[in-house]
Design a protein around this ligand. Structure first.
Ligand SMILES: Nc1nc2c(c(=O)[nH]1)N[C@H]1C(S)=C(S)[C@@H](COP(=O)(O)O)O[C@H]1N2
Ligand SMILES: [Mo]
Length: 207
């Protein structure tokens, strides 16, 4: 971020804006391919599988009847924009992990989306109280272009970890790389440490 950009950020917000980021009120749309079509929500299914004692699938109605929460959080995209104070409503990742009885040796998850996208996140980050599968943003139903009917939100990692059109969680013993993580992006992606690219990885963040 240039000095001028940094100066445009109001002083009281600066601690919330990671290095190299600028603020936007708009909400840019970014994805690698197209928006998947959900012609028929009666066929939508959310799958929880892998290293769990109790794998399960949920229909849309079943997913919507899980206990839900509201959270307000900031969103940081690696392409250098940040959008503060997004209001989300949905189901905590932890609610699904507890229901699936993730095995003790499961330390990572791959999030799978209906457009073929996938992204990996350590469970220690996903179990945080601000990580949720959201169907609503700023009091409106989540639009298709932003991942509706359902997306993951991981506020403390770069936005490519927040899988849109998400349809499944795979619990894993070992970390595998996701779509962008295989294409030069950082395995972890912590914005305040500016973990943008894979060449910045350390022993700890690569495993
Ligand atoms: N399913 C899916 N999720 C995705 C992506 C994608 O291509 N497919 N792109 C990611 C990237 S790179 C970013 S920056 C954010 C952008 O979210 P937005 O379009 O809602 O701003 O979605 C992430 N989630
Ligand atoms: Mo991105």
């Amino acid at each position: 971020m240039s000095k001028l950009d940094a100066e445009r950020i109001p002083p009281e917000l600066r601690h919330r804006v990671p290095p190299g980021q600028t603020l936007t009120q708009k909400w840019p749309v970014l994805h690698y391919s197209g928006i998947p079509m959900f012609m028929d929500m009666s066929k939508w299914q959310f799958r929880v599988f892998g290293e769990v004692d109790h794998p399960f699938s949920l229909s849309w109605d079943e997913f919507r009847s899980l206990p839900s929460v509201r959270r307000t959080s900031d969103f940081h995209c690696v392409t250098t924009w940040s959008r503060l104070d997004n209001r989300w409503e949905g189901v905590l990742f932890a609610t699904l992990a507890e229901r699936a009885k993730a095995r003790p040796q499961a330390r990572y998850a791959m999030l799978h989306s209906f457009d073929g996208y996938y992204t990996n996140v350590p469970l220690s980050w996903l179990m945080a109280d601000d990580v949720l599968f959201a169907w609503s943003h700023d009091e409106k139903p989540l639009s298709e272009e932003h991942g509706g009917p359902l997306r993951l939100v991981v506020p403390k990692l770069y936005a490519w970890k927040s899988a849109k059109w998400v349809g499944g969680i795979e619990f894993m013993n070992e970390n595998k790389r996701g779509f962008w993580e295989e294409r030069g992006y950082h395995n972890r992606g912590e914005p305040f440490l500016e973990e943008r690219y894979s060449y910045q990885e350390t022993e700890e963040t690569r495993e």
